[in-house]
Design a binder for this molecule. Sequence first.
Ligand code: NAP
Ligand code: F7E
Length: 362
Amino acid sequence: MKTALITGVTGQDGSFLAELLLEKGYDVHGTIRRSSVDYRERIAHIEGHPRFHLHYADLGDSMSIMQVVSQVRPDEIYNLAAQSHVQVSFDSPEFTADIDATGVLRVLEAVRLCGLKDTCRIYQASTSELYGKVEEVPQNENTPFHPYSPYAVAKQYGFWIVKEYREAYGMYCCSGILFNHESERRGETFVTRKITLAAARIAQGKQDKLYLGNLSSLRDWGYAKDYVECMWLILQQPVAEDYVIATGEQHSVREFCELAFRNVGIELRWEGEEAEEKGIDVATGKVLIEVSPDFYRPTDVVNLWGDPTKARAKLGWNPQKTSFAELVKIMTDADMAKVAVERAGESVRTNLAEYLEKGIVK
Ligand code: NAP
Ligand code: F7E
């Protein structure tokens, strides 16, 4: 039985990866942080599994990382923990650098200092944000980086320090350069989830309007459940290498809105431009989407489009397993079900016990 350690197990990707590794028969250890709210929404359904173990550790605290690595002595580490919100990185740039840059170094050093450098394989959660102000479209493993936010700059350090440890110490450590991947478990402040939740609430008369930032921004959006399979595949190869993971398809925030609202029975038309643009319900003429400059970023990455040729060829991975239309449907269906049991004035989270009971949230 192999032993895996997942940092950031409470996140979107961490929770899907933990499920996948448990299915594969792994002993799975995850790191958590102390929080004033005890309930861990995304992993509640696997807590108590005999091969699932949790440990307190923080990527900002070397001693806690050393302690968990020396106790668990993992065969594989998936370093998913991060301050992962690009806009927040402009407000908390130092914290972002500490966790997303130096945090990666802390994990690598813990493995080396615990004498595991020849036995423990490490996956680093890298990102398409490294391409930032893009220098080539679509982007592949050879496209130059041009990070364009404090988040991306921190993640770029993470990418290079992983490469350095691979070359300097012969460690099996690699980065997956993952393009945006979403799901029904996506954090509610990322644009896709913000849209599907709002579409569900508007359709059920529980919200009037949705405010968004740059509607023209382009992303290559995939399904998180498909992407965690790649993380595992990357660590099963004979040689450690970095991979771009993407669908190879690009859509705008505007298109995402159209599809999400169509799924809940609302057809949208657009009027106006830039900050004056509005999404209007064709049936009623009501303005449902407006632009708010609050959601503009000091520098925004607007043209991400990945080329997954290497992952398809070398990992045998299918980038088109879940289509864009299927992804939007998975998310809107899940949010329609959640919002349906949301009582007036209560957040979705408050009703979690009820959703679990009814089998709405798995
Ligand atoms: P997420 O949902 O935001 O999860 C982040 C995880 O990191 C959470 O478990 C969080 O714990 C943990 N964390 C944050 N700060 C920490 C700290 N100081 N010490 C220990 N743990 C900490 O992110 P995700 O979407 O699953 O993404 C996983 C990883 O992939 C991240 O590194 C992200 O930057 C990267 N990535 C994501 C995407 C994407 O589209 N999803 C694309 C490329 C790369 P709490 O629950 O306690 O907050
Ligand atoms: O923004 C635009 C926004 O916050 C996508 C993280 O997982 O993927 C994610 O980062 C685009 C941007 O994701 C709103 O300006 C418009 O251009 O959903 P997002 P992100 O910044 O791409 C990468 C690969 C990661 O590595 C990150 O960890 O949508 N946008 N209006 C908006 N974005 C948000 N959040 N909210 C809006 O209202």
